[in-house]
Write a protein that binds this ligand. Structure first.
Ligand SMILES: *Cc1c(COP(=O)(O)O)cnc(C)c1O
Length: 235
């Protein structure tokens, strides 16, 4: 018998995959063109074990300390931790040691420190550049007009393998505004491509807005509560 927790996560996971596939069909895209990154922040190791039992092994987290704690609790598991939260430069050492991928690279100072730390560890990681596509002051990310020069500057830092862009849409009840953020990221990706920067991945869309992101070309949606259940309001 499956435990209730395992059963709940399995059911919600299947439901999300179905809704993602549906959004792909509506957008005329192949379901295989969109990955789901399960976001396990605030959820305990037992939830992650339930997801591991479904064959998932990449998990999104937004705090370096939480990745450290969960790595210890799940030391017997093969997990790729994906950092999706704002990162302070003084956490670069832990990131260089523990994180498989960083989706929130948003400034040169951070890139510099990370590059040095990664060289020291003898590692390279995949990164996405987080771009600020909304006007909300609370949102982090590189200003869009700086993207091309930022990508040029990253070329010399070969421990950071730039694979694409990430964004958080504005929080709005107006789907047109939310979708506008996702469209902006896709257009920026296309502009960068014309300048010789190959950025195949677009990480955009969360539990509440992923169909709009898929309609605008997301290759990856970051889903927390729709898989793991309700979180306390803070994040
Ligand atoms: C929490 C979080 C998500 C997932 O949010 P849900 O609404 O739970 O799906 C996605 N991206 C980032 C950057 C997050 O911090």
């Amino acid at each position: 018998m499956m435990s209730t927790l395992n059963h709940d996560v399995a059911t919600r996971w299947a439901g999300v995959r179905q809704r993602v596939d549906e959004a792909c069909r509506e957008a005329g895209r192949a379901p295989a063109s969109v990955d789901i990154l399960p976001v396990s922040k605030t959820f305990g190791p037992e939830m992650i074990r339930a997801a591991l039992a479904l064959g998932l092994r990449r998990f999104g987290e937004n705090k370096v300390q939480e990745i450290g704690e969960k790595s210890l609790a799940l030391a017997d598991c093969d997990i790729d931790w994906v950092m999706i939260g704002h990162l302070q430069t003084n956490k670069a050492r832990e990131v260089a040691r523990q994180v498989a991928e960083l989706q929130s690279l948003d400034r040169l100072e951070l890139a510099d420190v990370l590059h040095r730390r990664l060289q020291h560890e003898g590692r390279a990681i995949d990164v996405l550049v987080q771009v600020k596509t909304s006007s909300e002051p609370s949102k982090h990310g590189l200003p869009p007009e700086q993207l091309l020069s930022f990508l040029d500057a990253l070329r010399g830092r070969d421990t950071l393998r730039v694979r694409g862009l990430m964004t958080l849409a504005t929080q709005s009840d107006d789907p047109a505004q939310v979708r506008g953020c996702f469209r902006r990221l896709r257009e920026l990706r296309d502009q960068a491509g014309a300048e010789g920067h190959d950025l195949p991945r677009l990480s955009m869309g969360m539990s509440g807005d992923f169909p709009l992101a898929i309609a605008e070309g997301a290759t990856e949606v970051r889903i927390g509560s729709a898989i793991f259940g309700a979180r306390p309001a803070v994040r």
